[in-house]
Design a protein around this ligand. Structure first.
Ligand code: SAH
Length: 364
């Protein structure tokens, strides 16, 4: 078994170890931090993660305005409240005009990245989405547009990129074949999901992968497989949040989520891939009042307040008790920004690209 005594490590050497560890070694490390490691060791891990984040991003926190523009979904992922077989969802979709109005509000609040997320909704054809992306880029050329609209064809991704989309979020959900099967119906496949991620990267998007922590049937080994997949893909962004059961899914009441394991995975991922953009997710803020703050303290450097029209916020219910008020709401950005300063972070209102892709004059 690999020696994981952090007393003999510094941030850099630990990072290197994570990059060459095999699956068994990674499983042991994860298990150790989930259940056994004493407080000082947990603190050392968090300090390493922090140090590595600061090496590339200082204490900066980037903001993304999240626009959940449709909750229609043709997929039936077992864990997700928006799955097509959930009849209780009050389905909505926003028109291009409504989306543009949200962007206008977001821009004046100070956001320079818009994240357009939805279920897999065929209503938004390539033509429609491309027009929308082009309109946003034309109105706000200094902004980045991130899409998170699921699996599409190579040509669709190419067109969206050509229309001006800069980034794409598509969590891989789990990198273990058997685990993937337990979370998804047979028409979805891990291979296809991973292929989409590689396609997006090849086309030129800044790409985000990611997974839930404590999803049903997850093990130390499946989490180790997640780390290995991320290490191979080398994404620019990684979304990690706790799995939170949704009452209208088969996993209702499965597990009462906490923030601890997500915080461990955030620090391990930051340590392994120090340059990655890592959000302190809404899900993390939903299971722990201080979750977002704690996430930032263990290496996260992005927050994504909700810019969806207030009338629809509760309908985009991926899981129960999702927070969409206070600092999770785009309207409170000035408040959030002030608070971040008081706890020692630097609110950064630039586009916040991946460090190697940042233009030097961007923050001037
Ligand atoms: N349809 C898009 C966007 C999915 S929603 C896509 O396929 O990429 C964004 C993320 O929410 C999902 O990738 C999933 O990891 C997360 N999610 C879904 N259900 C969840 C739950 N019950 N608890 C926590 N996160 C959940």
């Amino acid at each position: 078994m690999m020696d994981i005594d952090l007393k003999n490590e510094n941030a850099q050497s630990f990072s290197e170890k994570l990059n060459i560890a095999d699956k068994k070694e990674l499983s042991a490390i994860i298990q150790n931090f989930f259940v056994e490691a004493p407080r000082e060791k947990q603190d050392t891990l968090m300090n390493f993660a922090n140090e590595l984040r600061e090496k590339y991003y200082e204490r900066k926190v980037y903001f993304r305005a999240l626009l959940e523009f449709s909750n229609y979904c043709k997929n039936d992922c077992y864990y997700c409240g928006l799955q097509r077989s959930n009849r209780k969802v009050n389905r909505y979709r926003l028109s291009a005009e409504e989306i543009l109005a949200c962007c206008k509000e977001g821009y004046s609040l100070g956001f320079r990245t818009f994240v357009l997320q939805s279920g897999e909704d065929s209503y938004y054809t390539d033509a429609l989405l491309c027009r929308l992306v082009a309109q946003i880029k034309e109105s706000y050329p200094d902004c980045a547009v991130t899409l998170s609209v699921g699996e599409r064809s190579y040509s669709s991704y190419q067109q969206l990129y050509a229309a001006g989309a800069d980034r794409y979020l598509l969590r891989h959900e789990t990198a273990d074949e058997v685990h993937y099967r337990k979370l998804h119906p047979s028409e979805l496949s891990l291979q296809k999901r991973q292929e989409c991620l590689y396609n997006l990267k090849e086309i030129g998007f800044q790409v985000g992968a990611g997974f839930m922590v404590d999803s049903p049937f997850q093990t130390y080994e499946t989490l180790a497989a997640d780390l290995i997949f991320l290490r191979e893909l080398q994404p620019h962004m990684i979304g990690i949040g706790p799995f939170i059961p949704h009452a209208d899914t088969r996993f209702a009441g499965y597990y009462k989520p906490t923030s601890h394991r997500t915080l461990v995975m955030l620090s391990l991922v930051r340590s392994m891939l120090p340059k990655v953009l890592l959000p302190a997710t809404t899900a993390l803020g939903s299971v722990d009042e201080k979750g977002r703050e704690k996430g930032l303290r263990v290496g996260a450097n992005v927050v994504m307040p909700n810019l969806s029209p207030v009338a629809h916020r509760l309908d985009y219910s991926l899981y129960d008790n999702k927070v969409s008020m206070g600092w999770e709401a785009a309207e409170y950005l000035p408040d959030l920004s002030r608070h971040l300063k008081t706890i020692g972070f630097i609110p950064d209102f630039s586009r916040g690209d991946y460090v190697d892709l940042q233009k030097k004059d961007e923050t001037l």
